[in-house]
Design a protein around this ligand. Structure first.
Ligand SMILES: [Zn+2]
Length: 390
């Protein structure tokens, strides 16, 4: 264990507000801070001194502006501390060390099945975090974020009744990590984190978005008005286990791994594609094999993913009509491997079925941020948590 346990500064609301202004606007002089906030000069000075003392802001070389005296500009020192994030999926996790602005400094990808349970999976997270922290130089660790592929009680930092995560129900993920690292910890659902991360790859000002993760399973992250919609119990966006409309594409019924029948995921998830390919190719096929076959343009795999896209598109058409997002992003290892073959069939169904007004300015695309959208979304949220002083 080499991780230093220095905690982030406990900022007063005024200093936190000034810090937020600098993060939003970039480097500012003292005069610009006074003008932007409307605070008295002495107030700006005392809050600025506080942020300088904590090392959160640093002054760059004085610049001459107009005919005035040279003035120092103050900016966030994003290298002041590090943050660690872990995007945990059904079959593997991606870990990253990021700076205070969420810029990725280093990553690790580790294969592990989520069904091995919280002790084993979190022990691997800890090992990876310790390696990343040790390689990150002599800086304190100020925040941790982890996302998991199931419904998450965001405030409690626990997984709630996950359909596929054996042993994870109510496990104290947040408390465990807080005990190990003594810093603020945020726990979120994997697709919610991805949805926030995908905002980076979309036109500035995008505030209404659906992100669909097509991986081993199917999940959907919803952003409305710039905010993630988590729902009353943390299960918002769980489109994978809603009833599929396979009319004209496939005949059912098909058993789902959640115990129900004819879920969207039972036709379109990576595990379902593996099952169907296994039947057609008459040999064992894993989810990784599906990704590999799609990447190599295997005609059977491409046909099946086209069918999956039409079934997924029918469900997304309903979501698009309900929520009127400006963008739908298809992400996850299956979506990225299938590319246009999935995109075309999803598009076709959404345009055929959703309300014309809802699709008039809708952009449907394959993720530009994969495989880092999850860690980026976590980094952004942890940064907010740590630097907002709350
Ligand atoms: Zn299901």
């Amino acid at each position: 264990m080499t991780t230093r346990r220095a905690t982030p500064p406990d900022l007063d609301p005024g200093s936190a507000e000034l810090l937020a202004l600098v993060r939003r606007r970039g480097a500012l002089t003292r005069a610009e801070m006074t003008e932007a906030t409307g605070w008295a000069r002495v107030t700006v000075t005392s809050r600025l001194e506080r942020l300088l003392a904590d090392g959160l802001l640093v002054g760059d070389e004085a610049v001459v502006q107009g005919r005035g005296r040279p003035a120092t500009r103050y900016r966030l020192d994003s290298s002041r501390a590090m943050q660690l994030v872990a995007d945990v999926g059904a079959l593997g996790m991606r870990l990253a060390r990021v700076d205070l602005e969420g810029n990725i400094e280093d990553t690790r990808s580790i294969p592990v099945e989520i069904a091995r349970g919280p002790e084993e999976v979190l022990a691997l997270v800890r090992k990876g975090f310790d390696e990343l922290a040790a390689a990150g130089g002599d800086r304190p660790l100020w925040g941790i974020g982890i996302s998991l592929p199931g419904p998450v009680d965001f405030a409690a930092g626990k997984v709630v009744s996950p359909p596929i995560m054996t042993g994870w129900h109510a496990y104290p993920v947040k408390d465990t990590l807080q005990e190990w690292y003594a810093c603020p910890v945020l726990v979120d659902n994997d697709v919610n984190a991805m949805a926030i991360g995908e905002l980076d790859g979309l036109p500035p000002g995008t505030r209404d978005l659906l992100v669909v993760k097509v991986g081993t399973g199917i999940g959907c992250g919803i952003v409305c008005g710039g905010q993630v919609v988590r729902g009353a119990a943390g299960s918002a966006g769980d489109i994978g286990h809603t009833a599929a409309d396979a009319t004209g594409v496939r005949s059912g019924p098909v058993d789902c791994r959640c115990g129900k029948r004819d879920c969207v995921e039972a036709y379109t998830g990576g595990w379902a594609l593996a099952r169907d390919l296994e039947a057609e190719l008459d040999r064992p096929v894993s989810v990784d094999d599906v990704v590999d076959l799609l990447g190599r343009g295997d005609p059977t795999a491409l046909r099946l993913v086209g069918d999956a896209g039409r079934i997924l598109g029918a469900s997304l058409a309903t979501a698009v009509s309900l929520l009127n997002p400006s963008a739908v992003v298809l992400s996850g290892q299956i979506a990225v491997a299938a590319g246009d073959h999935l995109l075309t069939s999803v598009r076709e169904r959404i345009y055929a079925r959703a309300l014309p007004l809802a699709t008039r300015t809708l952009d449907i695309s394959i993720s530009r941020e994969w495989p880092d959208s999850g860690v980026q979304g976590l980094a952004r949220q942890v940064g907010e948590l740590v630097l907002s002083g709350s």
